[in-house]
Design a protein around this ligand. Structure first.
Ligand SMILES: CC(C)(COP(=O)(O)OP(=O)(O)OC[C@H]1O[C@@H](n2cnc3c(N)ncnc32)[C@H](O)[C@@H]1OP(=O)(O)O)[C@@H](O)C(=O)NCCC(=O)NCCS
Length: 176
């Protein structure tokens, strides 16, 4: 007999690293990523058009993490970057609350780092709310370091932002 969805998800969680795939966004992912965004007050309020246009932008990079053991595969989270020459900026990152703290965010950022380096990026910048401990923990553990504080950068609620920076290229390959 087939397991219930809850049992399927629990079993899949135990084999997360073996069954999670990070791949490029496709239009069919839109409902799933909008649904994840809706569950997360910390995530930017993007419209369908924002995702579609970033995915269509040659300098954009939109990746999704999916659980291959579900039928159809379930989208667990996504990450969005834009690269201009050798600098990239992280625009958006979100993991479904039901799948957080299971390595999905880390896997998305590690795959993004690999692809950005391959595309010629040397460093990545991002802004993050100073109260966002999970995101700060993740970014620090990936190797991002604090670069600056932007006072009152965010609205609703008003809050400062940390600017963080990650060097992608080896030290001897970081011209200007
Ligand atoms: C931030 C976010 C993407 C992290 O995704 P995740 O899949 O839960 O993260 P991971 O399981 O890959 O965790 C990787 C590391 O992040 C840190 N981390 C994750 N959740 C954490 C938490 N609740 N508290 C503190 N640190 C945390 C830890 O350093 C962790 O490493 P460890 O597992 O070795 O301890 C997720 O919490 C999220 O979607 N938050 C809402 C949206 C958001 O804030 N986006 C960022 C906007 S800048």
């Amino acid at each position: 007999m087939r397991n219930s969805i809850g049992e399927d998800e629990e079993a899949a969680g135990n084999e997360r690293s073996a069954t999670m795939k990070i791949r490029k966004f496709s239009q069919e992912d839109l409902p799933a990523i909008l649904a994840i965004q809706e569950k997360l007050p910390q995530a930017p309020r993007w419209l369908e058009w924002d995702y579609a246009s970033l995915a269509a932008d040659p300098q954009g990079m939109l990746l999704v993490a999916e659980l291959e053991t579900m039928t159809p595969p379930k989208v667990l989270g996504f990450v969005a970057f834009r690269r201009v020459i050798d600098q990239a900026e992280l625009y958006n990152l979100a993991v479904d609350p039901a799948h957080q703290e299971q390595g999905v965010g880390r896997a998305l950022l590690e795959e993004a780092r690999r692809r950005l380096l391959e595309a010629g990026a040397k460093r990545v910048f991002l802004e993050v709310r100073t109260s966002n401990k999970p995101a700060l923990g993740l970014y620090s553990s990936i190797g991002f370091s604090l670069q600056a504080l932007r006072k009152d950068y965010y609205r609703e609620p008003r809050e400062d932002a940390y600017v963080m920076r990650l060097e992608l290229a080896p030290p001897n390959d970081r011209s200007a």
